[in-house]
Design a binder for this molecule. Structure first.
Ligand SMILES: Cc1cc2nc3c(=O)[nH]c(=O)nc-3n(C[C@H](O)[C@H](O)[C@H](O)COP(=O)(O)O)c2cc1C
Length: 214
């Protein structure tokens, strides 16, 4: 049996709303888990050695390229070995946390994980993206159109010609409302968003369990 790959990237540990929603998923998930906490243990940014190692015969690798390639291999094997994915990716400055972007840059490699010409072994596997944010970016809000995180992730993770995962997104929003008096009128909207996010994460896990058991 394979495993769930659960990747966290919020710096806030247990106080993270994204991580809390992921725990609702985990409460329903029956099966092995590999957990990677990118905030606690960040992976390095992709270096020149890491990029050039991809287009250099391994027998010709410099020590720096060999080290960078070994890290990519470890992360890619972990990624390819999973049957399903949970990614917690909160909004930092309209985009994803840099630790998550660094991980993505390490694991997206042509011929290994990219689904060019249907080549990716992960294509079609289920993935849950949980992305908390302090504000609200939904239709009709003043910040509509400024969410550069979810559209980017849905493209990179989900497009058929990129990783090709089957992506479901959960957005706990207005998480600043309990902490900023000026946002108090938005508290009911925040609370409804949290309830919906936890429900969606549990339902996703339950449906996944039913599919796996079938
Ligand atoms: C560095 C940083 C940048 C942030 N930038 C934004 C932002 O651009 N828009 C927003 O709505 N909230 C922003 N926030 C608030 C977070 O999105 C919010 O606290 C969210 O709950 C974080 O997710 P987490 O609870 O899973 O850690 C930012 C928070 C931090 C720490």
């Amino acid at each position: 049996m394979s495993y769930l790959l659960h990747i966290d990237s919020s710096s806030l540990g247990e106080a993270s709303y994204s991580r809390q929603v992921a725990q609702s998923f985990r409460g329903q998930w029956q099966g092995p888990v590999v957990h990677r906490d990118l905030a606690a243990s960040p992976v390095p940014h992709l270096s020149a050695a890491g990029i050039t190692a991809r287009i250099t015969d391994p027998a010709q690798h410099t020590p720096e390229q060999a080290k960078a390639a070994a890290l990519q291999d470890e992360l890619i094997e972990e990624f390819l070995g999973a049957e399903a994915y949970v990614f917690t990716v909160p909004m930092y400055n309209l985009a994803m946390p840099s630790v998550f972007k660094a991980w993505l840059d390490q694991i997206i490699v042509g011929g290994r994980t990219l689904n060019h010409a249907g080549a990716s072994p992960v294509a079609g596997r289920p993935a849950l993206v949980i992305s908390a944010r302090g504000g609200g970016y939904g239709p009709g809000t003043p910040k509509e159109g400024l969410d550069y995180l979810v559209p980017t992730l849905e493209a990179v993770l989900g497009r058929d010609d990129l990783l090709g995962l089957d992506v479901t997104t959960v957005i706990p929003e207005l998480t600043m409302a309990p902490h900023a008096p000026a946002l108090a009128p938005l508290l009911p909207l925040h609370e409804a968003s949290m309830t919906a996010a936890h429900d969606k994460a549990r339902t996703f896990a339950t449906n996944l369990g039913a599919t796996r058991a079938a």
